[in-house]
Design a protein around this ligand. Sequence first.
Ligand code: HEC
Length: 159
Amino acid sequence: MRWILLLGLTGCIRIADPLPTDQEIGALAAGYDDLIKINPKPYQTTRHADRPFVTVWANPTAAATYETLTLESPRPVAFEEGALLVKETFLADGTTVLAVRYKMPRNYDPKHGDWWYGMLRNDGTPLGPDATGRVAGCNGCHLEAAVSDHSFGIPAAAH
Ligand code: HEC
């Protein structure tokens, strides 16, 4: 009886603990004020559509871990909840969009390392209605990097 009550209480605590919203994550990604630049100069991505030039930014929770990763040599790492990675993508027309990954609380999406994905405008708003959350078009490919917590890292030459 006592155990059942305890389980019930734990359940309540979890439900009362809300996940960060798209707006909150967007606000963290926009502006870059608090973010650390990983590659000094934009580099050309090999995998994202149209191979644009990109610059990756990380928040203080993510930066030290992310800096140890290179695309060519995957290694096991684990990012902490609250880790934020922003790939600033320079489009041919001179504008930029943000490809964003945010480490959610445990069990948000265990198959995909509990990462939230989003394609955002520079001001942090989503590019479209299906552009945020458990985005299959993003997290499926990032499964290839499951060993390094679904994070690829930038090419060694871009570091
Ligand atoms: C076809 C595979 C593929 C797809 C689809 C893909 N990515 Fe990536 N992503 C990569 C690779 C490879 C890298 C690292 C190297 C590079 O950019 O070439 C990367 C890097 C990133 C990074 C920098 C952090 C890291 O993991 O190294 C972010 C942020 C990111 N992607 C977000 C997204 C988002 C958001 C989407 C969906 C809109 C997405 N990606 C879709 C392959 C993919």
